[in-house]
Write a protein that binds this ligand. Structure first.
Ligand SMILES: *[C@@H]1O[C@H](CO)[C@@H](O)[C@H](O)[C@H]1NC(C)=O
Ligand SMILES: *[C@@H]1O[C@H](CO)[C@@H](O)[C@H](O)[C@H]1NC(C)=O
Length: 308
């Protein structure tokens, strides 16, 4: 009898171990998001391994840390609508469809108020350039005050010289102060590693070294890279493609929808693309976005991109 009991116990334990092993194997072999699969080719596998995460309990992203606590960003959305700051947004009435998506992302200081019909009213996340931080802080109530109520996450990107945390980073210091004044505001900054990663992706995709070619990445670039990690599906509104400005009868619109009368979008793009130093390579970036849209769930609206 005792022998029988022992045997049963052994069987029970073995079964238990087998089941646990199975659970572990299933969990680890679970397909990560389609979006998180190595899009930039196998050479990046070590980086992508890091961001591979099972669909259900997404891991914190250590490329973005909170101010001042340095906690990694935790975020996941089924459908992210990225609202471009372009004048293309005007008169399209995309607001309601933007607001229907699980998350609404905006860039820099692009306002929703006053443009709701075209750009929607919700803001789940704002990707902000280090150079735009002073613009946000000029209207702290509109941005950071409302952010608490609206639950907006801020992700600020910038070079180390402005973002260093040793007291010498001018922009980081501003954010730290803002975080004290608006303790509810959720402010994150890109880490130095993440900035280098974004540069590396540019080099991989274009063959050009960003610094040597005298250019700056745009907020759109950082936004798309973040979205590919955080969103299952991405809808981009108001972004033109790489040949738009050469196409017949293109719409001449202001560079920013909230700056009527400013230089028009295509003039600005051409100026930047050819600037020997200090320009954004907006057009080159669009070529890369079109490539990403072939392997990711990314769609472009107003204007629609005819992707094959
Ligand atoms: C906050 O949300 C309200 C509506 O819920 C909207 O009117 C307002 O513009 C939003 N503020 C920001 C900064 O997004
Ligand atoms: C870019 O957009 C223009 C205007 O919408 C369109 O005619 C053209 O086919 C698009 N080009 C590509 C490569 O998608």
């Amino acid at each position: 009898m005792a022998w029988m009991c022992k045997r049963r116990a052994v069987i029970a334990i073995s079964l238990g171990v087998a089941v646990s092993l199975l659970v572990v194997v299933v969990n680890y072999s679970e397909k990560p998001y389609v979006l998180l699969q190595p899009v930039f080719g196998q050479t990046f596998s070590s980086h992508w391994m890091f961001f591979r995460q099972p669909h259900r309990d997404f891991k914190p992203h250590t490329g973005y840390v909170s101010v001042p606590k340095q906690e990694p960003l935790k975020l996941h959305c089924e459908l992210c609508s990225i609202v471009s700051s372009s004048g293309q947004m005007l008169g399209q009435g995309a607001g309601p469809s933007i607001d229907r998506s699980s998350c609404v992302w905006r860039m820099n200081n692009a306002p929703a108020r006053g443009f709701e019909r075209d750009v929607g009213q919700r803001t789940s996340l704002r990707v902000v350039s280090h150079t735009s931080v002073p613009l946000l802080l000029k209207r702290p109530q509109q941005f950071l005050g409302a952010a608490a109520a609206n639950d907006t996450v801020y992700v600020v990107w910038g070079p180390l010289r402005n973002m260093r945390r040793d007291g010498k980073g001018v922009v980081y210091n501003m954010l730290q102060q803002a975080a004290v004044q608006h303790p509810q505001a959720r402010i994150y900054v890109t880490t130095e590693e993440r900035m280098n990663y974004c540069d590396m992706v540019f080099k991989k995709e274009t063959g050009k070294d960003r610094i040597q070619s005298g250019s700056y990445l745009s907020t759109g670039w950082f936004t798309l890279i973040l979205a590919m990690d955080m969103c299952k599906e991405i809808h981009v509104y108001g972004m033109i493609n790489d040949t738009y400005c050469r196409s017949d009868g293109y719409r001449k619109v202001p560079y920013h929808y909230y700056e009527a009368g400013s230089r028009d979008e295509c003039a600005e793009y051409v100026l930047h693309e050819s600037a020997p130093y200090g320009g954004h390579r907006f057009i080159t970036e669009k070529t890369v976005f079109a490539k990403w849209a072939k392997t990711h769930a990314i769609k472009f609206f107003n204007p629609t991109w005819p992707l094959s």
